[in-house]
Design a protein. Structure first.
Lengths: 246, 227
């Protein structure tokens, strides 16, 4: 069962303007694990995420998804890795670009070659998982923010990814929508890497926490241990909300 | 497509052929009634024509040649013809556009264009425009609220600078959103082509129905010429 879903080793990256974002990141995630990726703004979290599905080409180091190397020079490898790593971006309006919810959810599986009944089935299943089935023919701008976020998750689930990567899933959600999303995530049977500042949300959903700070992994442990280490949190500009106890 | 043909036939008819115009108007009204579009909607949407009507009403006062006396005003025959032509043709055009937009959703129009083999890039651009029009107008709205809450009131030419800056900011924001959308598309394996919906067969009856309106208009034109 300890198959590795994701293995990142010695990953370093500098943006074309010379700004270095990552200084040798090592991270490995087992199948079925739910991991929170924490860290202050500008720590390189998003840069790391964009490496995972080959949007940013690897400069130094290695990324392996389900044992397979992400080779940014090989179009086939990039294509297959994008179907294995499902990234849910922060702003659902960026993620939902098709005229209707159903078409949008169909976008990913269509690109991986599903057609006809199989495609319909994948769309239906994904929308059911997030409880949005009755919205299949609606245009995204008629949905509430929380509903759009859920559809954004469905668009990625429809691709049956090996690992689900979420960028700030709880941001801008009202408390009820945040709880609903948490319930949906708990009900999913996938490997999860969740980038977040919302520590209670991370605590609720993940067993393990990784702190990324200034381009390196500053901590990698059970989430309760990480969150109860006050010194560690303060050093990385992280804080539990007032009155929150583990 | 049929709407376009109908407009073409109508525009090509000389205004002096009054019988043909009567036939066109009855045809388009018949179509509007069959499509069960409420008259109020039609009238409201027709308001867009008003500037053209105003312009057309002025035309009889300018021109040359034959003069006609009407209610004590001396008007030019040529101007009357041109003005009447503009009004009649514009009204027909607007009515057929209303017919199209009230019976067909924007999505179906896009699909129609795709079936008619409009280049897929153009269809994609139109699709995205449809999706992000709301997002961008919302953003514009928020920016204007933010300006107003800091006491900005666009009164005159001195405020154009601020408005131009806002327009620029909106432009850049939309551009950046475009980049993020593209990233999201790549992440889900975008390879240059949007999924096509399963194509329903277009039945010959549907095509015939679609062509009925322009064909009837053409027939009435021919008849009125022959008579």
């Amino acid at each position: 069962m300890s198959e590795k879903s994701l293995e990142v080793s010695g990953l370093a990256y500098a943006y074309p303007d010379g700004n270095q974002a990552l200084y040798g990141v090592n991270l490995s995630i087992n199948q079925g694990e739910r991991v929170a990726l924490l860290g202050p703004n500008g720590a390189g979290k998003t840069t790391l995420v964009l490496h995972l599905n080959g949007i940013i080409p690897t400069m130094q180091g290695q990324v392996r998804v389900a044992g397979k190397l992400v080779d940014s020079k090989n179009a086939e490898s990039i294509k297959s890795v994008r179907h294995k790593v499902g990234v849910v971006f922060q702003d659902p309006d960026d993620q939902l670009f098709m005229p209707t919810v159903g078409q949008d959810v169909a976008f990913g599986p269509y690109n991986s070659g599903l057609r006809g009944i199989e495609l319909e089935k994948a769309v239906k299943e994904a929308l059911e998982l997030v409880g949005m089935s009755e919205f299949i023919d609606r245009p995204p701008h008629h949905l509430s923010f929380g509903q759009r976020r859920r559809v954004a998750v469905a668009t990625v689930l429809a691709m049956k990814p090996e690992i689900l990567v979420m960028d700030e899933p709880s941001s801008n959600l009202d408390p009820a929508a945040r709880r609903e999303l948490a319930e949906i995530i708990t009900s999913l049977d996938v490997t999860l890497l969740m980038v977040t500042h919302d520590l209670p949300f991370a605590y609720e959903l993940c067993q393990r926490a990784v702190i990324l700070s200034a381009g390196v992994v500053a901590a990698d442990d059970e989430i309760s241990k990480v969150l109860s280490n006050k010194q560690l949190l303060t050093a990385n500009r992280l804080e539990l909300p007032k009155g929150f106890n583990l | 497509m049929a709407a376009l043909l109908f407009i073409l036939v109508a525009v090509a008819t000389p205004i002096t052929n009054i019988a043909a115009y009567i036939a066109y108007f009855s045809l388009i009204w018949l179509a509007l009634i069959t499509a069960k579009i409420p008259p109020l909607t039609v009238i409201k949407r027709s308001l867009i024509e008003i500037p053209f009507v105003a312009f057309a009403l002025l035309m009889p006062f300018f021109g040359q040649g034959e003069r006609v006396d009407f209610l004590g005003l001396s008007l030019y025959q040529e101007g009357i013809n041109a003005g009447a032509g503009i009004i009649a043709k514009a009204t027909l055009g607007v009515l057929s556009a209303i017919l199209l937009s009230a019976t067909t959703t924007a999505r179906e129009i896009l699909r129609g264009l795709e079936i008619l083999r409009l280049p897929s890039t153009l269809v994609q651009i139109a699709t995205f425009m449809l999706r992000y029009l709301n997002v961008v107008t919302d953003e514009m709205e928020r920016m204007s609220v933010a300006r107003a809450s800091r006491g900005f009131d666009a009164k005159g030419i001195r405020h154009w600078r601020v408005l131009a800056n806002s327009a620029g900011a909106l432009f850049i924001r939309s551009y950046e959103r475009g980049e993020r959308v593209h990233l999201a598309m790549l992440s889900r394996g975008y390879g240059g082509e949007l999924p096509k919906e399963e194509r329903e067969e277009v039945l010959p009856q549907q095509i015939a129905l679609g062509l009925a309106l322009p064909l009837l208009a053409l027939t009435s034109l021919l008849i009125s010429i022959l008579i």
